[in-house]
Design a protein around this ligand. Structure first.
Ligand code: NFS
Ligand code: SF4
Length: 620
């Protein structure tokens, strides 16, 4: 049995794990213990359930499934479906954003509006839409139509490939992995992995790459750009992170999930004076909103709303006993939250028809009722305040301060409008390169140990760190998102951070916002006239768990960026697939995966990569 110390890096988590045990609340760590050891066949990818002649398991004395599929085919098929699931998640979120923009453009929704017209026009122009003489709604309509088309089957390539360097596009064309349409690539993956279709592991892996490229350069990128258009492009600002952002004397509402389409409306309702006076009538000082996971990142980036924590903090936030309401939309929401909530007075409300949780109340949100529904929710929360049992409340104190809001627009502005100064700093070796640390928590690791230590090691080596998703909370709690953290950086990075007044670790948003990092890589490559794979860049997901994280890793590699993972996906049962992932992809797309659970060794691995890329560019 793991000690609390072995489960997490954090005092706030440790206190709540202790309380959970006393209160009889089961957590992911407990259930992991019950599930260990895991099935070895599934862990290595050697189980196939794709038809009823099976299920089949590949063993020494049974090397082929009933249909004749071998280990390579089964592993590659399983991986293909895995990343198709992740790509579908990000992209269906993107589709919901398009629907919002579309209904605003048609004047059908008064619940949403266009907050950043300049960005709308800029993107429309970038994608070849003539904007002169047109009204904002007309442009928004044409842009949403174009994005809808990016999900279909009639385009030869998704629109945002205009951001991809020519060399990379040529390479994708030659390999036959140019992403054509988001839904098309995902559906084709389901088709290819039906029994008796694509039975060549490398060919399946190429389509995995294509599916994930459709996620990164379309589904996710569309989600990010429309969210900026509807809710504002992030600018640097202050916020706070850890469970201490939950307030004892206030009504506490947590938003969890992914799409700002829901959480932004909850924020509006929380700020409604009528709601606040209702809360005061009930004896609370006011209404406090905090975020969890990615939708927390969305609200933090644009509105500075504090973050209560990441993936493994979601159950523990409820254990404070001070949360009246947890509002969720979709993805990464543990079904156990309903049960945890029932141990206290915490109500869980679902908002998406495609993500219902047995035992939770369902208050469906759509484009035409969001403001109304959000007010209803906030009212429910306020009413819940009187049911709080103060003898069971325990909130860890002392939230950490952090700086958020580094969209590409904000980064370029900080640099004086062009990427030139960043490139100069890279050339001079003051910034030796950049690494994006992204993704999740996984109870198989000591929570955030890998996320935090990798970031610390990289900044020491003058490697600028960019973070999104659940790594945000990790590095934020460690103080690395403050300008003062520059003191922990190497001399070169320290100098640049001090000059610009920025932290050595930049918060760039939620997981779909990894698209911002792709865009930045494209900008830098184009500026230098090279391919993305020539740049001193790396990606990393030390504690990943989800299908989405695997999709991100895959589009990162397929875009030419070496990507470290703390542990491999379930592919090790096939030597062909494993070798392809770890080295074979290098000759195809100019990047591959690296696996290393130890963050100090991983830093070494990333450093080596960045050094060799610098050499390739003729830099010392
Ligand atoms: Ni990303 Fe967001 Fe967190 Fe992992 Fe889940 S919230 S989309 S998948 S757990 S980083
Ligand atoms: Fe078995 Fe082949 Fe069916 Fe998979 S597709 S379950 S390997 S028979």
């Amino acid at each position: 049995k793991k000690s609390i110390e072995e489960k997490t890096l954090w005092p706030d988590a440790a206190r709540m794990l202790d309380k959970a045990e006393k209160d009889g609340v089961e957590t992911a760590w407990d259930r992991l213990e019950q599930q260990t050891p895991h099935c070895k066949f599934c862990q290595t990818g050697l189980t196939c359930r794709n038809c009823t002649m099976g299920p089949c398991q590949i063993r020494k004395n049974a090397p082929l499934g009933v249909c004749g599929a071998d280990a390579d085919v089964i592993v590659a098929r399983n991986f293909g479906r895995f990343v198709a699931g992740g790509s579908a998640g990000h992209s269906d979120h993107g589709r919901d954003c398009i629907e919002a923009l579309h209904s605003v453009a048609l004047g059908k929704s008064t619940d949403y509006s266009i907050k950043d017209e300049a960005k709308l026009l800029r993107i429309a122009r970038e994608l070849g839409i003539a904007v002169e003489g047109k009204g904002v709604s007309e442009v928004a309509l044409e842009l949403s139509d174009l994005f809808f088309a990016d999900f279909g089957s009639r385009q030869h390539e998704v629109s945002f490939l205009v951001r991809v360097p020519e060399k990379r596009k040529k390479l994708w064309n030659e390999l036959g992995i140019t992403p054509r349409g988001v839904d098309r690539e995902i559906a084709e993956m389901m088709h290819r992995t039906h029994m008796g279709c694509d039975n060549d592991a490398p060919n399946l892996m190429l389509h995995s790459a294509r599916t994930c490229l459709a996620d990164g350069w379309a589904g996710s990128m569309i989600a990010t750009e429309i969210s900026d258009i509807l809710f504002g492009t992030p600018k640097p600002g202050k916020s706070k992170v850890n469970l201490g952002v939950i307030q004892e004397d206030m009504v506490n509402i947590l938003v969890h999930g992914h799409n700002p389409i829901v959480s932004e409306k909850v924020l509006e309702a929380v700020n409604d004076p009528e709601m606040i006076s209702l809360a005061r009538e009930k004896g609370a000082k006011g209404i406090n909103l905090a975020g969890l996971c990615c939708t927390g990142n969305e609200l933090m980036m644009r509105q500075g709303i504090p973050l209560a924590g990441n993936h493994l903090m979601t159950e523990l936030a409820i254990v404070t006993g001070a949360v009246e309401l947890i509002v969720v939309d979709y993805q990464c929401i543990m079904p156990s939250l309903v049960t945890a909530g029932n141990c206290y007075h915490t109500k869980m409300v679902t908002t998406a028809d495609k993500a219902r949780f047995t035992g939770a109340e369902h208050v469906p949100f759509d484009m035409h009722n969001a403001s109304h529904q959000a007010r209803k929710l906030v009212q429910t929360a306020v009413e819940g305040f009187s049911r709080r049992d103060s003898s069971r409340v325990e909130i860890p104190q002392g939230p950490m301060e952090m700086i958020t809001g580094f969209s590409n627009e904000a980064i370029l502005e900080a640099l004086g409008g062009t990427p030139g100064p960043l490139i100069e700093a890279i050339k001079a070796g003051k910034i030796r390169g950049a690494a994006a640390i992204v993704g999740c928590n996984n109870p198989k690791y000591r929570q955030d140990y890998g996320n935090v230590n990798l970031a610390k090691e990289l900044i020491k080596r003058d490697i600028l760190v960019l973070v999104t998703g659940c790594v945000t909370s990790a590095v934020g709690k460690a103080g690395l998102l403050m300008p003062e953290a520059a003191d922990e950086a190497g001399a070169g990075l320290h100098e640049i951070c001090k000059a610009l007044g920025v932290p050595p670790v930049l918060h760039m948003g939620s997981c779909v916002d990894n698209a911002r990092i792709l865009q930045l890589a494209g900008i830098l490559a184009n500026e230098l006239g090279v391919d993305i794979s020539d740049l001193p860049l790396a990606g990393s997901s030390p504690e990943w768990y989800s299908e989405k994280a695997a999709a991100i890793g895959t589009y990162c590699v397929a875009s030419g960026i070496f990507t470290h993972l703390g542990h491999p996906p379930n592919i090790t049962g096939s030597e062909t697939v494993t070798n392809l992932a770890l080295s074979g992809l290098e000759s195809l797309v100019g990047a591959s995966f690296g696996i290393e659970p130890d963050p100090f060794k991983a830093a070494e691995m990333i450093d080596e990569r960045i050094t060799s890329k610098r050499k390739g560019l003729g830099l010392s």
